[in-house]
Design a protein around this ligand. Structure first.
Ligand SMILES: Nc1ncnc2c1ncn2[C@@H]1O[C@H](COP(=O)(O)OP(=O)(O)OP(=O)(O)O)[C@@H](O)[C@H]1O
Length: 233
């Protein structure tokens, strides 16, 4: 579904991703793991049209989407649930959800809003409340629901567990597992490597802007290098 070949990207004079190849197949959950600064988030931003590619190509369902603008990438069927949630704090939960559907026609929005509030009952309870007053975990649920409102074919998660208490991290993991069970294709960047590898069908290990290892989630969970450096046992 997503085919990345020889992708390079960076900021100003500095290249931070040095020609990576990466695939996500339909229905898969693929995780990117690795240390801070290894280039995982920059890769996601480049896929989403938020950071220009300097070389290589990104294809989605056979279509070249390299350097399409953000809204065109959403229209193509890719939505990102960004690091730090980035809900609009002064807007209500309902308004945030509606914004998630901005790239679509209105016809099925009401139905999707209902579906999201069935899936996340807390959002129904808080529908009229400012998003900025929600807890971190509730904001993450809102960010996930808002992403799903665009009816993506590929849902990208950037550090969904960042800054959340362990109990809430577990809830976020369960939510992603539920979305996967619904048949959604998922690309996930996560500092919590164990959670990521448990969720993932396949995973890639990033080091200094390159992919140094790839395998199934299970294979990487027991790979000595991953165990030593990222799973801490
Ligand atoms: N806006 C920016 N301007 C300049 N350099 C940046 C910017 N964002 C990231 N970088 C640099 O790009 C490199 C890759 O960062 P990136 O965020 O992609 O890594 P990461 O693997 O996702 O790590 P993290 O988990 O910390 O987000 C790092 O050296 C980082 O300092």
């Amino acid at each position: 579904m997503l085919e990345i070949r020889g992708l390079r990207t960076g900021y100003g004079p500095i290249e931070v991703v040095h020609g990576i190849d990466l695939d996500v197949r339909e229905g898969e959950c693929v995780a990117l793991i690795g240390a801070n600064g290894a280039g995982k988030s920059s890769t996601l931003k480049t896929v989403c049209g938020l950071l220009p590619a300097r070389g290589g190509s990104i294809r989605f369902n056979g279509e070249d989407i390299t350097n399409l603008r953000g809204h065109a990438v959403v229209k193509a069927g890719i939505t990102m649930c960004p690091e730090g949630r980035q809900v609009f704090p002064g807007m209500t939960v309902m308004q945030n959800l509606r914004l998630g559907a901005y790239a679509r026609s209105d016809a099925e929005q009401a139905e999707d809003l209902e579906r999201m509030m069935d899936m996340f009952p807390i959002l129904r309870e808080r529908a009229g409340q400012s998003a900025g007053t929600l807890s971190g975990g509730e904001q993450e649920m809102l960010a996930i629901a808002r992403a799903l409102m665009s009816r993506p074919r590929l849902c990208i998660f950037d550090e969904p567990s960042l800054g959340l208490a362990p109990k809430i991290v577990a809830e976020v993991g369960e939510t992603i597992a539920r979305i996967k069970a619904m048949g959604m294709t998922i690309l996930l960047v996560e500092q919590n490597s164990l959670m990521a590898l448990r969720l993932a069908d396949r995973a890639y290990l990033f080091e200094a802007g390159e992919i140094v290892l790839e395998g199934t989630g299970e294979e990487l969970q027991t790979h000595p290098e991953v165990v030593k450096a990222y799973l801490g046992h």
